[in-house]
Design a protein around this ligand. Structure first.
Ligand code: NDP
Ligand code: AKG
Length: 420
């Protein structure tokens, strides 16, 4: 299994990062091995009846990296590139994210290899419900709590809640987070990840002495994370000069009206042909000058090939794993980009997911103002902790964030000991 996982480029990227930090922390070989490998890898086939009467079998995965500090927490992704190695890497990063934010969770991730944009609502519902049924022995509010990720949303979480609750004989809202408000979702969860990206990017601007009102941003991806990151940055006075989705990229040096673009994508499900900007080649978007570059779509987009050419002051990683280790080395050598690493930058989502789980367990609802204020307090503390640790040890931000997180997990494993 080790060799099989290591063949996957995303998993080997997560391992390369881990090994670098483990060397820095001088972890013992025993603790290193215990922290590195996932506790459980579950793969299921998900057969469904398609609308045309044929049967299709999908492959679904859930990787539970560890449960040392609490239930597994992490999103569920529907995307054609999903495979078990990528899911295992994303599960490992969830671990470090939860530990860094001091949330009482281990990390996990799930995914189904499918093309959600080509499936009907009925097909998506049947696939989600069947996947949930197959997962019932392995999930629960104290075991594994899923949430939305690429290609999934509140509706997906509602179907999981209903399927699990029907099986249990009573409503179990704490089985997932990122639910609709009508099913005891949390106020603020939908925008939490993007809000956090914008909040931390503006913290970084302050450290660099750049005024928000003078700053520009480019956002790759206009889904849940990208859209809300752009909307919050815009509300801070930051000018959004470029955005993209799968259809292509938009550019307007005077600033794109994000509220209008959100209304447009709500109607057309794409940014293509939006009248308030000009279209440019997607590959160019990441290379245009800006103060904040926020990749908020897929992984592996900042590579050895383009890392020397990006022209931003702050790289705000809304996506998971957007920067390859080779690109990291180029950026470190340049020394002129303030990187807010994924495990910190996009942690707003899982932090509000934690708040949602707590509210569900308490059968109590907080206001959006309370949620956002608690979120900002937690993100700010983690940001100061990571920047301080990076400065004191003269190491890059990603290494600092992962070092804090990995030593937390390693400490918990050491204290719990080995059984028997
Ligand atoms: N949702 C959450 O709470 C969290 C998400 N993340 C991470 O953020 C990233 C985005 O997730 P999320 O916003 O939820 O996903 P969504 O599915 O809501 O949105 C994804 C967006 O990325 C676009 N996209 C996909 N491929 C490309 C590409 N090659 N170039 C440009 N744009 C592209 C999609 O375009 P189109 O709509 O045209 O398909 C869409 O706009 C992922 O890496 C995810 O793991 C991290 C933390 C929490
Ligand atoms: O909200 C959650 O539980 C997890 C969100 C997620 O998948 C992520 O942070 O990558």
């Amino acid at each position: 299994m080790r060799e099989e996982l290591l063949k996957n480029p995303v998993f080997s990227m997560a391992i390369e990062q881990f090994d670098r930090v483990a060397d820095f922390l001088q972890l013992s070989p025993e603790i290193r091995e215990r922290c590195k490998w996932p506790k459980r890898i579950i793969t299921v086939t998900v057969p469904i009846r398609k609308d045309d009467g044929t049967t299709e079998v999908y492959f679904g995965h859930r990787v539970q990296h560890h449960l040392t500090r609490g239930p597994v927490k992490g999103g569920l992704r529907y995307h054609p590139d999903v495979d078990v190695g990528e899911v295992a890497a994303l599960a490992m990063w969830m671990n470090w994210k939860c530990a860094l934010l001091d949330l009482p969770f281990g990390g996990g991730k799930g995914g189904i290899c499918c093309k959600p944009m080509e499936m009907s609502e009925g097909e998506l519902e049947r696939m989600t419900r069947r996947f949930t049924m197959e997962m019932i022995p392995f999930i629960g509010p104290e075991i594994d709590v899923m949430a939305p990720d690429m290609g999934t949303n509140e509706q997906t979480m509602a179907w999981i809640t209903d399927t699990y609750s029907t099986h249990s004989g009573h409503l179990v809202p704490s089985i997932v987070t990122g639910k609709p408000l009508t099913l005891q979702g949390s106020a603020g969860r939908t925008r939490a990840t993007g809000h956090g990206v914008a909040f931390l990017a503006s913290n970084a601007l302050k450290k660099l002495g750049v005024e928000s009102a003078e700053a520009t941003a480019i956002v790759q991806g206009f889904g849940n994370v990208g859209m809300h990151a752009a909307a919050t940055m815009s509300s801070y006075g930051i000018k959004i000069i470029g955005v993209s989705d799968v259809s292509g990229a938009l550019w307007n040096p005077e600033g794109i009206d994000i509220q209008k673009l959100m209304a447009y994508t709500g109607k057309h499900q794409t940014i293509e042909n939006f009248p308030g900007a000009q279209s440019i080649p997607s590959g160019e978007l990441l290379l245009r000058p800006c103060d904040i570059l926020a990749p908020c779509a897929i992984g592996g987009v900042i590579t050895k090939a383009n890392a020397a050419a990006i022209k931003c002051k702050v790289l705000a990683e809304g996506a998971n794993g957007p920067t390859t280790p080779e690109a990291d080395r180029v950026i470190e050598e340049r020394g002129d980009v303030f990187v807010i690493p994924d495990v910190l930058c996009n942690a707003g989502g899982v932090t509000v997911s934690y708040f949602e789980w707590v509210q569900n367990l308490q059968r109590f609802q907080w206001t959006e103002r309370e949620v956002i204020s608690k979120l900002e307090t937690k993100l700010n503390a983690a940001f100061e902790q990571v920047t301080g640790f990076a400065m004191r040890n003269n190491i890059p931000m990603r290494m600092a964030a992962q070092a804090i997180a990995i030593s937390t997990v390693a400490g918990a494993k050491k204290t719990r000991g080995l059984f028997p």
